[in-house]
Design a protein around this ligand. Structure first.
Ligand SMILES: Cc1cc2nc3c(=O)[nH]c(=O)nc-3n(C[C@H](O)[C@H](O)[C@H](O)COP(=O)(O)OP(=O)(O)OC[C@H]3O[C@@H](n4cnc5c(N)ncnc54)[C@H](O)[C@@H]3O)c2cc1C
Length: 360
């Protein structure tokens, strides 16, 4: 801490520069303008909208530059010290230190974990081949966009929300697009088949080939992928877009002994506090109670991540914001349709957090 008159200004370290990390940084400075806020991110950038990436690929949004919300200098002006392309490799919660690649040990008074998500490992041979595209970092998306210019046939793995967006984007680009999904229809875990049929029909008009009830068995190729082996046979592919489910990136937290819940997300209370004093977490790396069922869920949207980050940053700086259980409204473009949903039960859901305020 730095002494300011009689008061100590806290050192708040945030791991992650996505929606949750940036939300946390801004809110911590709002609550305590003297707080020293340092953000570490592995990426080259912080303030951009990953949600727009599929729409640049599909040419509905003109360019990647439009996805940047503000320049890096805006954070400097706001007193937020962002270390780009800088990986945190370990947490020592007892000694209140993070280990940072190239910087050594960095002390903190409060820590916010906002390490986001990873795509579930397809777990099949050939997962290390070139030509497999995991849509995430905008700089890689810019590189992949140029690759897509020369692609004639592509396979999208799994009809997750991002999978739906990428199928539409590739089809709009005139690429012969195959979707491989183990379920009997699109978004089968969230929607009924009659809801999704118009989307499938509009994709068929665009020439999309849908392979339902089909499992990926292997990515086939020497150094570069040339096909996807499936339970129904082999599909040629110059590029494979892997859109498997989002999983919490909990590696640092797990190794440091922070409590991980049944979904793999970090367990937090309504202040986004973990059971470790002074350690908070937000975004796709945490799990939260569903507003209707109380069942822990993870892998929500960027809007949730940002709002949770705001709560975590506020709490880290001594504020009093809280977060409510989630009802998961969602909406997206698929084919030529806008689809969406929400959850509700026959009685009203919980109005307060179902877990004790400091989960043990
Ligand atoms: C292609 C795409 C489309 C999307 N579409 C939508 C949409 O339509 N609507 C919507 O609401 N949301 C959308 N999202 C948002 C998304 O799904 C997430 O919910 C959101 O990105 C979660 O934010 P986060 O801050 O928790 O994690 P992330 O955005 O994943 O950020 C994680 C951060 O942690 C950093 N990090 C991780 N480990 C370390 C480490 N060890 N050291 C240093 N830094 C580390 C990373 O560099 C990164 O800055 C989309 C995302 C993508 C990629």
């Amino acid at each position: 801490m730095v002494t300011l008159g009689a008061r100590m200004a806290p050192q708040i370290v945030i791991v992650g520069g996505g929606a949750a990390g940036i939300g946390a940084a801004g809110s911590a400075r709002q609550v305590d303008p003297d707080a020293r806020v340092t953000v570490y991110t592995e990426y080259e950038d912080a303030a951009y909208s990953p949600c727009g990436i599929p729409y640049v690929h599909g040419r509905e949004i003109a360019d990647f530059e439009s996805l940047f919300l503000q320049g890096k200098e805006a954070y400097e002006r706001a007193g937020i010290d962002i270390h780009y392309e800088t990986r945190v490799t370990a947490l020592d919660l007892g000694r209140r230190r993070v280990t940072v690649e190239g910087e050594g040990e960095v002390p903190f008074d409060r820590l916010v974990l906002a390490t986001g998500f990873d795509y579930a490992d397809p777990g099949v041979p050939g997962s290390d081949l070139d030509g497999l595209y995991y849509v995430k970092n905008i700089r890689r998306a810019m590189e992949w966009d140029r690759v897509l210019d020369g692609v004639r046939v592509a396979v999208v793995v799994e009809a997750s929300p991002l999978g739906l967006e990428m199928v539409t984007a590739l089809a709009h680009r005139g690429i012969e697009t195959h979707l491989v999904d183990p379920h009997p229809w699109l978004l089968a875990e969230a929607a009924d088949p009659d809801i999704m049929r118009p989307v499938e029909e509009s994709w068929a008009e665009l020439g999309v080939k849908m392979h339902f009830n089909t499992r990926v068995a292997a990515f086939v190729g020497d150094r570069r992928v040339r096909a996807v082996g499936t339970s129904e046979g082999e599909l040629p592919a110059e590029v494979v877009v892997v859109c498997t489910h989002k999983q919490p990136n909990n590696t640092l937290a797990r190794r440091a002994g922070v409590r991980i819940g049944s979904t793999g997300g970090i367990v937090v209370d309504e202040r986004m506090a973990t059971p470790v004093e002074g350690v908070f977490a937000a975004g796709d790396c945490v799990e939260l109670p569903h507003g209707v069922t109380n069942i822990p869920i993870q892998g929500l949207s960027g809007s949730h991540a940002y709002a949770q980050g705001k709560v975590a940053g506020s709490a880290a700086a001594g504020g009093t914001r809280t977060y409510q259980p989630v009802y998961v409204p969602w909406g997206m473009v698929a084919g030529k349709w806008m689809i969406g949903g929400a959850s509700w039960g026959s009685r009203s859901g919980p109005t307060s957090w179902p877990w004790p305020s400091r989960p043990g």
